[in-house]
Design a protein around this ligand. Sequence first.
Ligand SMILES: [Zn+2]
Length: 80
Amino acid sequence: MPRVPLSPYPRCNAPLNACMQIGGNESPDEGDLSVCYECGAFLTFDAFLQLRLLSAFEIAALSPRNLMGMTKIRMLITGA
Ligand SMILES: [Zn+2]
């Protein structure tokens, strides 16, 4: 599992130092998308591979494929 610099998730403060890639095992790059494993928040990696929340504008600009995939992952995490 790829390791990233320890940082709290931006919304719920869950600690993060690793991430999982769907269909692979590569380290994330700046701009890659993520979903918080605790609260289901939509996130992206910055240049230092720390996570920040996606803005409403960025969520609205997601491709339908990415939005559907992230929404499915959020539903699995939150059960909603
Ligand atoms: Zn969270």
